[in-house]
Design a protein around this ligand. Structure first.
Ligand SMILES: [Zn+2]
Length: 427
């Protein structure tokens, strides 16, 4: 199965080519994507699969070899009596892609090479909510620098960084328009990080965390290849990434999927966005911590920020031991999760709602309640087939999606890779 035509559109890379240079870029991309989906292919295989002329494929292959994005893998025999053929494979072990995520209480890093081999992965506990934008951007920049250096030590030259942010992002300008839970407003994050990275000179992109996590799920998650899926982030904030007909739905201004701020209870609590009764005040991690362990609530003065994974593990331990207060609170959160899920099922008719973060960690307690509620509230009978499924990508889903976004931009336009890249010091 192959996702690439959809994904190319989803990542904005499928504008119709105009002029010889654009046509060549599109053909290089076509060949590279074909190789990504197979262990190795001969030039004849590629010509057949892409519909390009043999001579064109040979010519394109020469450029891809020059850029070290493909490598010769020697002679293969096609069948017992087939003629021997020279095969090529995707290479790009020297090309790094760095995905990052900043969230309320952590920074996550996921670095790969072009084939998706994971080279760097870490999560740094960090109080981004309490730090304010300047300190948070400085810290993010330092973690990015360390990750770039780690990728270099692993023998790659990072070709791009994508940063996932929990909020509204103007993707074209790399500006975070509003991240309510970080108290960020009109923050030119791509420019700020680019100037911090200085001579390392790695292009920086910014995107919404739920969109990137949805892409990660679509490419490599538990419901990979499902063309209609919704992803929900389970953090302090709750965001949604919507894949519809195999495409990431962005909306007129790129701000679709702000599902955490659906008003579900007009008499409810005030949200980080300033409104009252938003869905995330019912199902977000801060709400769940407040309901299950009030003494550990977010925002209490003088309390260090614990790792979100530890908070969730504490709740899971309480549930496993039958703690009554926790069991009731989590059942209630599950019902609210199902109510919001039913709104999304009525709107988008997804086959699967993949849930991440604490929703995934607490799935066995949350999802049965959510599924019951969804079944009661969805209107069209076939849409009731929609299932809540726990993500298996963990807290790293958005940073993983960010790294695959960088890889996709390279596959969209292989000429962005320098010709040739400087060879890394460590061979
Ligand atoms: Zn809100």
């Amino acid at each position: 199965m192959t996702n690439e035509p959809h994904l190319a559109r989803a990542t904005g890379g499928a504008a119709p080519p105009a002029g010889p240079a654009a046509l060549r870029r599109a053909n290089l991309s076509l060949v590279l994507r074909e190789l990504r989906d197979h262990p190795s292919l001969s030039r004849a295989d590629i010509a057949e699969a892409t519909g390009l002329h043999r001579a064109t494929v040979s010519n394109l292959m020469a450029e891809l070899l020059e850029r070290r994005l493909v490598r010769e893998v020697g002679v293969e025999h096609a069948g017992a009596i087939g003629r021997p053929r020279r095969a090529v494979a995707l290479h790009g072990a020297h090309v790094g892609a760095l995905g990052m995520e900043i969230n309320v209480d952590y920074i996550a890093v996921h670095g790969t090479d072009l084939s998706g081999r994971v080279l760097v992965e870490r999560r740094v506990v960090f109080d981004a909510m309490g730090s304010g934008p300047d300190r948070a951007v400085r810290r993010l920049g330092l973690v990015a620098k360390e990750a770039v250096e780690a990728l270099r030590r692993a023998g790659t030259v990072p070709a791009g960084i994508a940063v996932a942010v929990p909020g509204l992002v103007d993707v074209a300008r790399g500006v975070v328009t509003l991240a309510p839970n970080l108290y960020w407003h009109d923050l030119p994050l791509a420019d700020r990080l680019t100037s911090m990275l200085g001579p390392l000179s790695v292009p920086v992109r910014v995107d919404n965390d739920a969109n990137l996590a949805a892409l990660a799920e679509y490419v490599s998650g538990v419901a990979a290849g499902t063309p209609d899926l919704v992803y929900l982030t389970g953090e302090v904030g709750v965001g949604g990434g919507i894949i519809s007909g195999g495409r990431l739905l962005r909306g007129a201004d790129g701000f679709s999927g702000e599902v955490g701020h659906l008003r579900v209870d007009p008499k409810g609590d005030r949200c980080g966005c300033g409104r009252v009764g938003c869905w995330e005040t019912k199902v977000g991690l801060a709400a769940l911590v407040r309901a299950t362990m009030p003494e550990q609530a977010y925002g209490l003065p003088g309390k260090p920020v614990p790792d979100p994974g530890e908070r969730v593990a504490d709740i899971a331990r309480g549930l496993a031991s039958g703690d009554r207060r926790m069991t009731m609170a989590v059942a209630q959160a599950g019902e609210w999760l199902g109510l919001g899920g039913s709104i999304l099922a009525n709107l988008f008719n997804p086959r699967v709602i993949v849930v991440g973060g604490h929703f995934a960690s607490l799935a066995q307690w949350l999802l049965p309640h959510a599924q019951d509620q969804l079944r009661r509230l969805v209107v069209a009978a076939p849409a009731v087939q929609c299932r809540f499924v726990a993500s298996t990508l963990g807290f790293g889903a958005a940073s993983r999606g960010a790294a695959s976004m960088v890889v996709n931009h390279i596959l969209d336009d292989p000429t962005t890779i320098m010709d040739p890249l400087p060879r890394p010091a460590a061979h």
